[in-house]
Design a protein around this ligand. Structure first.
Ligand code: NAD
Length: 485
């Protein structure tokens, strides 16, 4: 059986207290790996080695050398793509095509941020002084220090490298705490770091849980200069409290309850194809996914019927079977949560358009974390399934009559991560994009990502923006130098 180790100061290690935990397969609930759990002493060692790396060779590299090393990381990840894809599939059960895309994005995260740090200038101001000689101001960026990176399980490699790529590009060292559900790809990245010559201590991985465990040890550690987090909103709030000690900056990418708004003039085929993905991709375990759909009334019945047909046409199954569009949920525990919402929808009086239960799976997969793709109609906006993030393959569809009404309803949530708007009316698209309270708005598309653009959430969905030059704001200290001539 696979045994996953911590990666500290360039070497793989057991936890100092000799503890380990089990990782189960989402496909059949069997134990597929044991994972060395980092103790407080391991987190101390990881943070110390990261601090030492900043003072050592890594901290002294030229920008050009650092950029070259990050491009080498991307190239080595691509060379070992099959290993990353296999590890990601083992941890998550996601279809092979989805895992392939996510792993390619993982490598891209190193290339893109290597380019950003190489090419983005800082500011310069020439000023006059009373003696007429003047002064020059210019800004330089310096690394913030050791960055604690706390990751979720839904797109493990992609979301982890989305933080580690810019953090290292800016010259920091990192200590990563992967989700306890998905430890494998973060550990594998340690092999890549060693293979291409990233100095020991620059990239560290400590495995474990949140409160009272590795996550808490890392976020409360005084040697950690900044914490970047992706996960649930209430976890983000706990991390913000932990980081308040020492006034350390946080970047928080958190939950969503994103609206999809479909106007009657939308291209039906495109809207169905996009909405099918935004509701069911990665078994609905995408922070940007749309669990609340609003469809203009004249289009409502047609849209509901078409989405039902499309959802029922999706094959649910194991990763490598041809034509599989949807895998299992991450775990039995998460399945219980999703199924509790499936039950709650019915209790609250929803009409189940399709799904609502568990698909029959053959023999070896019978104990996997499977659920059916599910569509509901008939509930008010205040129903639990229309307010709370479920993080499963499901959506509620409601009709609307006017643009003002749908803006109000789309915004009537504490979350504000993303929105998808489907319309052929250009002026309306711009009005909607400006009015919806979200960090990311897609018009006639979904999940189309340019990594140079700002990414993050409004309201309870996040604090700060990452992506392109915005990542530099978090991962560097911008220092002004004023020179009197
Ligand atoms: P989670 O908050 O349960 O866990 C995320 C990570 O935090 C895990 O590594 C966990 O061990 C750790 N953790 C938990 N409690 C902690 C504590 N007190 N101190 C330190 N670390 C702690 O989230 P999850 O279930 O892994 O992921 C799903 C959630 O992530 C959803 O809410 C989803 O919307 C959100 N998400 C957001 C984005 C985004 O970009 N905004 C992207 C992906 C996922």
């Amino acid at each position: 059986m696979t045994h996953i180790l911590n990666f500290i100061n360039g070497a793989f290690s057991e936890g100092a207290e000799g503890k380990s935990f089990e990782k189960r397969s989402p496909l059949n609930n069997t134990v597929i790996a044991t994972v060395a759990e980092a103790a407080k002493a391991d987190v101390d060692a990881a943070v110390s080695s990261a601090r030492a790396a900043m003072k050592g060779k890594w901290g002294k590299l030229t920008l050009a050398d650092r950029v070259e090393l990050l491009n080498a990381v991307a190239a080595e990840m691509e060379r070992r793509a099959d290993d990353f894809i296999a590890a990601e599939i083992a941890d998550t059960g996601m279809p092979a095509g989805v895992a392939k895309h996510m792993c390619a994005r993982g490598a891209a995260n190193f290339r893109v941020f290597a380019d950003v740090v190489k090419n983005v200038p800082t500011e310069f101001f020439e000023m006059s002084t009373p003696d007429g000689r003047g002064a020059l101001n210019y800004a330089i960026r310096r690394p913030v220090g050791v960055v604690g990176v706390i990751c979720p399980w839904n797109a493990p490699l992609l979301l982890m490298t989305w933080k580690v790529g810019p953090a290292l590009a800016c010259g920091n060292a990192v200590v990563v705490k992967p989700s306890e559900e998905t430890p494998q790809t973060a550990a594998l990245l340690g092999e890549v770091m060693n293979a291409v010559g990233i100095p020991a201590g620059v990239y560290n991985v400590v495995h474990g849980f949140g409160p009272g465990s590795t996550g808490e040890f890392l976020t409360t550690h005084p040697g950690v200069s900044a914490v970047t987090f992706t996960g649930e909103t209430r976890t983000g709030a706990a991390i913000m409290k932990a980081a308040a000690d020492g006034a350390r900056p946080v970047s928080l990418e958190m939950g969503g309850k994103n609206p999809g708004v479909i106007f009657a003039d939308a291209d039906l085929d495109a809207a169905i194809e996009g909405t099918l993905r935004s509701c069911f991709m990665n078994t609905g375990q995408v922070c940007l996914g749309t669990e609340r759909l609003f469809v203009e009334r004249p289009f409502f019945n047609k849209f509901v019927a078409a989405l039902k047909t499309a959802a029922e046409g999706m094959r649910v199954g194991p990763p490598h079977e041809p034509g599989v569009a949807m895998g299992p949920l991450i775990s039995q525990e998460h399945r219980q949560k999703v199924l509790s919402y499936y039950a709650k929808a019915v209790e609250e009086g929803a009409t189940v358009v399709t799904g609502g239960g568990v698909p029959g799976m053959p023999g070896e997969y019978a104990n996997g974390a499977w659920v059916q793709p599910t569509i509901w109609i008939g509930l008010g906006d205040d129903a639990a399934i229309c307010r709370e993030e479920i993080f499963g393959p499901c959506c509620h569809i409601a009709p609307f009559d006017t643009e003002d009404e749908v803006i109000e309803r789309a915004n009537s949530t504490n979350y504000g991560l993303s929105a998808a708007v489907w319309t052929r009316d250009l002026a309306r698209a711009h009005r909607m994009a400006a009015a919806v309270e979200a960090g990311v708005v897609w018009v006639n598309s979904w999940f189309l990502r340019d990594l140079r653009t700002p990414f993050g959430g409004a309201k309870h969905s996040g604090i700060g923006r990452e992506g392109g030059v915005h990542s530099l704001e978090f991962y560097t200290e911008l220092k002004n130098v004023c020179i009197k001539l």
